[in-house]
Design a binder for this molecule. Sequence first.
Ligand SMILES: [Cu+2]
Length: 157
Amino acid sequence: MSALRTRWSVVGLLAVCILGFGISNESGATPRVARQVIVPGEDRFTPFAITIRSGQSVQWVNLDTDDHTVVSNDFFNTAGHNGTDVLLKGTDSNGGQPGTFTLHFSHPGTFVYFCRFHAHLDDDHQPAAPGPEGGIQDANNNFGTPMNGIITVLPGD
Ligand SMILES: [Cu+2]
């Protein structure tokens, strides 16, 4: 369990350190999309980790031909939107257009999520790769990486 906590602490720290520069300062009353998470033509979310401020929104854009999903991992999720389970249509099932989905985050925390088509949660609530039927194949032909991501929501300005 301590290894589990350490792993997620590292993920959160990396998100803050590496992606903190990507925080945009936007003015205006209406919430606007601060960051996008792209599904390229393969089974992954990119970037894996992003950081936003409370009051900002994130938009997922599925550029793949296949459908994917955004599912909240409620065991780790502290940023709201528990129970999220949304189909992110691929271009094949969406008239040639990328499927999109937007969430607005109104308080700090982490939003940990996965695609239930290309990952599942193990006994420790960690996303696990589904094997050759899905997930990300590396250069050595292993399918060790589940399709998942994390959003760190920092306090607002
Ligand atoms: Cu997927």
